[in-house]
Design a protein around this ligand. Structure first.
Ligand code: GAL
Length: 391
């Protein structure tokens, strides 16, 4: 009985914290947990572990990109406020470390694993180990491919991210035709890199095919420029050439090499598809110092603090805001449903080459100088004091 009371308090606190911290979407997704509080057996299962075991394990790719520290903070806050024992571990760019992390969490008794894969294919072995141990696996932000050991996927609308980046370039391109377009992509080991590029291509390709834009830095993309829809292999060929590996040093040296390789006709006013904020900043810095580049429009993604400042300063043109509060809250709501013995709510499916994974998908927001305050400060994501020059 005492346990039940505690559980109800916990469930109530959890729902309240989701309501306060995460807006209406999280409130919707928290609903199943609240319902479950009326069922004795389910409530008892949702209680925090009394034996010191970890209930929910979270594995994130790297501490070296601010993006994942944002996610970590959200997980620790939401799960902590809700009274669920949890632990976040980082793979630091290594699939071997990722697997060890998963094994460590399994040994601590986790019931739910929330994992953002370092490498979507390599992570299959880690999640299969979790499945074998009876753990429910939620792929977080990046799909794990080639295995049936993924139960759920919580993601942003990645096609929309790429399409928004492409659309921004189209809408903000200089007048005329023959405008140089530099293409960059994420890591070829990340399924999202394919979806982002596919989304961008869907918008950019017609402008390339009709000569408005001219690809400056990818012979593979040029070879496929008349194809509106690319196969996975074709996407892989282009991404293999223009990948940044999500690494700003790789992005920097590629941008330098590209600007060294081209003639004056590929400079002047240019467009740059950069896949995320870290790479956008380093590519922007390279383009800004080339005296023959008169102006550049560059995309980004993640709304990292440093890039928000770049957007305010006019050094990066846009970023895509992926509200990690919502994604973390969606995953936690899903984990809680699972701990309650329920089937979590989903609204999409993503095929991972073996199965259609039931998924929960979240919208994205394009952020420019014009709406940076409304999107990121007024929404409580960042504090105005963290930036200079905000109007
Ligand atoms: C992607 C993720 C992006 C970005 C990128 C770089 O998988 O969806 O938001 O963070 O990785 O780490």
């Amino acid at each position: 009985m005492k346990k039940k009371l505690l559980s109800i308090i916990v469930a109530t606190a959890m729902v309240a914290s989701l309501l306060v911290g995460c807006g209406s979407k999280a409130a919707d997704t928290a609903a199943p947990a609240a319902d479950a509080a009326t069922e004795d057996a389910a409530v008892e299962e949702a209680a925090p572990a009394a034996d010191g075991s970890v209930q929910v394990g979270i594995v994130l790719p790297t501490k070296d990109e601010p993006r994942w520290l944002q996610d970590q903070a959200q997980f620790e806050k939401i799960l902590g406020d809700a009274g669920f024992t949890n632990q976040v571990l980082f793979s630091q760019g290594s699939s071997a470390t990722e697997k060890t992390n998963v094994e460590t969490l399994i040994s601590k008794g986790i019931q739910v694993l929330i994992i953002c894969a370092q490498d979507g294919a390599a992570a299959a072995a880690a999640v299969e180990a979790a499945k074998d141990a009876g753990v429910t696996v939620i792929a977080y932000d990046r799909l794990i491919t080639g295995t049936d050991a993924v139960d759920y996927y919580v993601t942003f609308d990645s096609f929309a991210v790429g399409a928004a980046q492409g659309q921004y370039l189209v809408d903000n391109a200089p007048e005329g035709s023959g405008i140089p377009l530099y293409l960059y992509a994420g890591a070829a080991t990340d399924n999202n890199a394919f979806i982002f590029f596919e989304g961008a291509w869907s918008v950019l390709q017609p402008k390339i095919a009709d000569g408005t834009f001219v690809i400056a830095n990818s012979s593979e993309a040029v070879a496929l420029q008349d194809k509106a829809e690319l196969t996975r292999d074709e996407l892989g060929t282009i991404i293999g050439q223009i990948t940044t590996d999500w690494d700003f040093n790789v992005a920097k040296s590629k941008a330098e090499a590209h600007l060294t390789a081209v003639g004056a006709d590929m400079k002047g006013d240019v467009l740059v598809l950069a896949p995320n904020d870290g790479t956008a900043r380093s590519i922007a810095d390279v383009f800004a110092t080339d005296k023959d580049v008169t102006s550049y429009v560059v995309t980004g993604q993640d709304s990292e603090k440093a890039s928000v400042q770049y957007v305010i300063d006019g050094k990066q043109s846009m970023t895509v805001f992926k509200d990690t509060r919502t994604l973390a809250a969606d995953s936690v709501a899903m984990a809680v449903s699972i701990l309650n013995g329920e089937t979590p709510a989903t609204d999409a499916t993503y095929n991972n080459e073996v199965k259609d994974v039931p998924s929960k998908q979240t919208d994205i927001v394009v952020v420019t100088k014009d709406n940076v305050k409304a999107a990121l400060i007024d929404s409580g994501y960042y504090d105005a004091s963290e930036f200079t020059g905000l109007e």
